[in-house]
Design a protein around this ligand. Sequence first.
Ligand code: GDG
Length: 482
Amino acid sequence: MHRLIIVSNRLPFALDSAGEDLWTVTPAVGGLVSAVEPVLRERGGTWIGWPGTAGEIPNEPLAKATRDAGYNVVPVALSETERDEFYYGYSNEVIWPLFHDLQNFCNFDPAYWQAYKQVNERYADAIIRNARPGDFIWVHDYHLMYVAQALRERSTSENLSALTFFLHIPFPPYDIFSKLPQQRRLLRALLQFDLLGFQTRRDVRNFLQCVRRVMPDTKVVSRGETHVIRFEKRKIRVGHFPIGIDFDSFENEAKSEAVAQRSQKLRASFPDCQLILGSDRLDYSKGIPERLRAFRDALERYPELRGRVVLIQIVVPSRVEIPRYNEFKNRIDRLVGDINGRFSTSTWIPVQYHFRGLDREDLLAHFRACDIAFITPLKDGMNLVAKEYCACRIDQDGTLILSQFAGAAEQLKPDALLVNPYDVEQMADTIVKAFRMNPAERTARMKRMLRMVRKENVFWWVDSFLAAGSQLTRKVTRSRRN
Ligand code: GDG
């Protein structure tokens, strides 16, 4: 088995200065960490990433945070300017909105690209310092698309095994991607990897379309689900690898006495109501205002719902330093205020809103207690919350309303109720459909979703990606020996 080196922008925890020599360590919340952490914990290896604090990284708190991790942690330091221009800037004001088809939210400041390259070079240096020949190098996500190019520029990649990359967010279609000023440079950089993994067939299709249009000096050969790009005498493999969850751990924890009690308590607080759950990081791509508007429309047009449903909306604070995220929070606050102001009675408040992360036990209790999950991203690479909700439905009951633009829809579509998050009326009608659905149909749908989420779990995801990468590792090692 190859030694696994995971490289991602963030480590699975964040260090925060709480005053002179005082540091707090908090677990990072997000899909990448939820998926990759259990894998490294099981297999061991090395995780290279940024601990989320600008400036020098304090040794002692870092050592304390990683002592029991079960894998090595290699921190990468970012200065304040790099954090602002690489992380908040190019990653989150250019790539994130553009790749979620929200081009109007982009700020194409040219200084950001320089910072992006510079920080990617820093990560490449960290890989060079820590990797040995034969290691499986797996770079993650949109912050680090330039790493392989930086490694090859340092011409040490001869000593490295195959370089692999997985994109957690969607890849946009050509009409959108072509707005990016660095479109050619970015594609060229991505083609320096040996294996490129995407969440869905949709993303692979979009990526190959962009390669064909922007890089005429490439040749794409597709045979069924296998795609190979020939570029500069190299072969780059491209495939879709839908990410999954650590199913057993969700299921087992959901069955625990502690979660059962919290879930019963939650249910008891809303007698005679069906509970609808929304749970997202604070992000404009997650479709939270659209969801609230749909809920408001449902209450307006279907009076039978009044006093009979409650929407529990959890919003986990995220990237709040970016002004747009703050404005976005204000929009959500106003909508919740409007709905509760219009429809509340002395015994019923329609929206329960939490602007904070829940601890895992509480989150699972919510998954277990809520009859309907209402997940409506405008676009999403996968959306793990949808899968986690299913895994926690140990009674095999419950309905999933899911955006057709979430990657998860590709796998769950026959049984989830798919909606267009831009169509408020359709979403409102779907809430009623879920509310009225008979138990036998709910169970039949949930059973099939459970089967899929259990089978195509996070370990299945890793194994299929590593299997595709290992073929390359063997080839690269062999060709370098000859
Ligand atoms: C990116 C892509 C892709 C949520 N609320 C709480 C909480 N969470 C956890 C969930 C889940 C994670 O955060 C969110 O994952 P998502 O997949 O839904 O979304 P992103 O963070 O945007 O992730 C996404 C993913 O990468 C993986 O490839 O699916 O498309 O955008 O695990 O459970 N965790 C805790 N408290 C909460 O209140 N502890």
